[in-house]
Write a protein that binds this ligand. Structure first.
Ligand code: MN
Length: 744
């Protein structure tokens, strides 16, 4: 062993670690394995000799611990242990992937390379995060071991997160919760998944975590007592039957207790299923497992009444991730429901260690879980290759997929296909081929005819029935659960719609030709407006599908003819059109307010600046409200002129005196003197000007407010302001627009 860089104490620890690792591996070690493991161990020791973890420990403790997790908690073999020992070498030291390949071969090098490439960094931008996520999946889809070792790596980092700064803790914890816990779940690593989630809670919400931990501790004695009492009669009966077994109790994970408390808004004491009792049968031959478990079920229910609705038989039909167990919930003597899990040692091994443990065993359906995981990884690859979804959509899809259980079904030729639980005949049809999906009218399952909506069961052999006449419609979307079928159906519906729209377009072209109206953008725009359609596509589709009857096109024509005859449409926002009209009539392109000059033109005064005759003004052609007249000094004027110069019209007031009155708002400020308001109203009344509103406030010897008036023109207003300014105590008097900008 290499001694440089490590203290004597540390070397002792390293030797101990090495021996433990080898001892744990003994059952899986093949000839020559011990030697290569020692080589990798020394290689890691040498490569990391100058590195320390944040806690001050030698860095190499980390890869060794990861290797230990791979062996002990995942049941992985030599290749994975080598890769785990070397997983940080390329990233953190001067050694390259070529060095690994040279010393440990292609397989190990590929896994280490994959592990090096995985860099999920949580980004604040969801799309970037989604892209990172996609990259991670691309790497893991290559070899399932990459993902397993990565989870082991993450588990060890989470276990030693204390020495990290707070912000890093939160970031790493969030990533774990977001990605690694769901992945662990999908791979059947139940205890690792629970531990990752518990550790997440520890850092994300320390006080909640502490609360649950301490309550679990405080209630431990009582729980143990209860379990002893509960188990005693079962134990005796099992012994009498000659079973070899152990009875364990399993407390729910901290995270799931906490979730339950929060979701159901209940206290810790009210969580009724805090723990489950697990009966693990030993030395049961594979063929007798099912019978043995049901015998135990029968014994348990001799003593306690089961809730039949809560019995789950995952032995006859295991979960897609390989989980096998017989669950029942029974009523205890003290009136509490207790979940009892019955399984064999083999099943327990699989349930605890997940994917890797399955390699050793074959499943009843003949499908090994390895095949199952392979199918799943194929599915991941396929999803990744499909580039038409956005990264975000993909991620949502994928994450929901992680938590979804799958079923296996077969084609008539016996080819196995994987589908999520609740998948229908239609989902299967689209999985086989999109052409078959599009023409699907039903299926034959085990020689029985079923409709497209029929939900498939594990092990079904499905023969799809098709008809050339079948066509997907919107309702099909309700019958499918896979994203593949969903997007294919949507595409097909879109295609159909496109054909209908094309037909609609032909109709429009023909009708317009008959009416001698040019088929151009302007006409189409007018039609969209007339028929209240948002897009050109909508318009053509509505006509093609006869939602708009074809004779309506003639009605549209008549209406536009009328509109055209008024020469200027009220709704146009194209000032050049209006200018042209004005010029044709007056020889001048200025809009004259108060004198129509024979122009049939609608305009109104902008509320933001309320122009009155005498003010400098301009016209603004709005898209929906005709022409608005603004003052040149309007607070919105600059914005309008800068952004919409093509809608601006020159305008001026007609020269005659206006009989009509215009509203204005005056802002007044002054010192608060008794009688000042009275004097103001007196001056206004003397000028025979109408007061519309008065709104005044006084504070700290100052008054301010506004007066609404109606005047004939600027001259009248200016004269009035002059007189008001002469009142003693008035400090400022101005028209409102000089104060704030409002909407046009
Ligand atoms: Mn690492």
């Amino acid at each position: 062993m290499i001694s440089t860089g490590y203290s004597e104490e540390e070397i002792k620890t390293l030797v101990k670690m090495y021996r433990t690792l080898l001892r744990k591996m003994r059952p899986v070690l093949k000839e020559g394995d011990a030697k290569i493991i020692r080589k990798a161990f020394n290689f890691a020791l040498e490569a990391h000799k100058n590195d320390r973890r944040k806690s001050g420990e030698p860095y190499v403790y980390h890869p060794i611990s990861v290797a230990m997790i791979c062996v002990e908690e995942m049941g992985l073999g030599t290749t994975s242990v080598l890769a785990a020992l070397l997983h940080d070498v390329v990233e953190d030291t001067h050694y390259t992937i070529e060095d690994i390949r040279e010393h440990f071969g292609e397989k190990v090098a590929r896994i280490v390379d994959g592990l090096t490439k995985i860099k999920v960094t949580m980004s604040k931008t969801p799309t970037i995060q989604a892209e990172n996520f996609r990259k991670v999946l691309l790497t893991i889809a290559e070899d399932a071991r990459v993902i397993l070792i990565k989870i082991a790596d993450r588990l060890h980092n989470m276990r030693t997160l204390d020495s990290m700064p707070k912000d890093k803790q939160l970031k790493i914890a969030a990533e774990t919760e977001y990605l690694y816990a769901p992945l662990a779940h999908r791979l059947g690593l139940y205890s690792i998944k629970s531990e990752l989630e518990d550790l997440y809670l520890k850092y994300a919400d320390p006080s909640a975590y502490e609360e649950v931990v301490s309550k679990l501790k405080n209630s431990e004695e009582a729980r143990k007592r209860f379990i002893r009492m509960f188990s005693r009669p079962i134990e005796e009966a099992l012994q009498k039957e000659g079973f070899k077994f152990i009875i364990k109790s399993r407390t729910k994970s901290i995270r799931s207790i906490y979730n339950k408390m929060k979701r159901q808004n209940i206290s810790f004491e009210e969580v009724y299923d805090l723990f489950a009792i697990r009966i693990i049968l030993q030395d049961i031959p594979y063929e007798q497992e099912k019978k043995a478990c049901w015998t135990v079920y029968s014994i348990v229910t001799d003593f306690y009444t089961p809730n039949t609705e809560r019995t789950r038989d995952w032995i006859t039909i295991p979960k897609a991730n390989g989980y096998e167990s017989l669950h029942t919930t029974v009523m205890s003597k003290s009136g509490k429901w207790v979940e009892v899990q019955i399984r064999t040692e083999r099943m327990d091994d699989i349930a605890e260690k997940g994917y890797a443990a399955h390699w050793k065993y074959k499943d009843k359906s003949g499908i090994t879980t390895e095949q199952g995981i392979e199918l799943w990884l194929n599915h991941v690859r396929e999803m990744l290759e499909k580039n038409d979804t956005s990264a975000m959509e993909f991620m949502d899809d994928f994450r929901s997929n992680l938590f979804q259980d799958e079923i296996f079904v077969f084609t008539p030729k016996g080819e196995m296909k994987m589908l999520p639980v609740n998948a229908s005949v239609l989902d299967f049809a689209f999985l086989v081929h999109s052409e078959i999906g599009a023409k699907c009218i039903g299926a034959k399952i085990n020689n029985k005819l079923v409709p497209i909506t029929h939900k498939l069961q594990n092990g079904d052999q499905v023969e799809i029935l098709t008809s050339a006449k079948a066509r997907p419609n919107e309702s099909w979307l309700k019958y499918v659960v896979t994203s593949r079928a969903r997007s294919k159906i949507k595409d097909l519906i879109k295609e159909d719609k496109k054909q209908i729209a094309n037909y609609g377009k032909e109709i429009v072209a023909r009708k317009l030709a008959q009416l001698k109206v040019p088929f151009g953008e302007k006409t189409i725009q007018q039609m969209m407006e007339y028929f209240n359609q948002k897009t050109e596509f909508d318009l053509f589709y509505s006509i093609g599908s006869e939602m708009i009857p074809h004779n309506e096109i003639k009605a549209f024509y008549d209406a536009t003819q009328r509109l055209e005859s008024t020469r200027i449409t009220k709704r146009t926002d194209d000032a050049s059109l209006i200018k042209k009209e004005i010029k044709a009539l007056t020889g001048n392109d200025e809009l004259i307010i108060g004198d129509t000059n024979g122009l049939d033109l609608e305009y109104s005064f902008a509320q933001c600046c309320r122009p009155i005759p005498g003010d400098e003004i301009f016209g603004f052609a709005t898209s929906t409200n005709g022409i608005k007249i603004h003052r040149v000094s309007c607070p919105n004027a600059t914005k309008l002129m800068a952004n919409y110069s093509y809608r601006i019209l020159k305008a001026k007031w007609a020269s005659q005196k206006f009989i009509q009155e215009f509203d204005v708002l005056l802002h007044v400020e002054g010192t608060d003197r008794i009688g000042v308001i009275n004097e103001i109203t007196q001056v206004i009344a003397n000028k025979k000007v109408n007061i519309l509103t008065i709104d005044m406030k006084a504070h700290d010897g100052i008054f301010s407010g506004s007066i609404g008036l109606s005047v004939h023109d600027r001259a009248e207003l200016d004269e009035l302001i002059r007189q008001l300014e002469n009142i003693k105590g008035i400090v400022n008097i101005a028209r409102e627009d000089e104060i704030t900008a409002q909407s046009t």
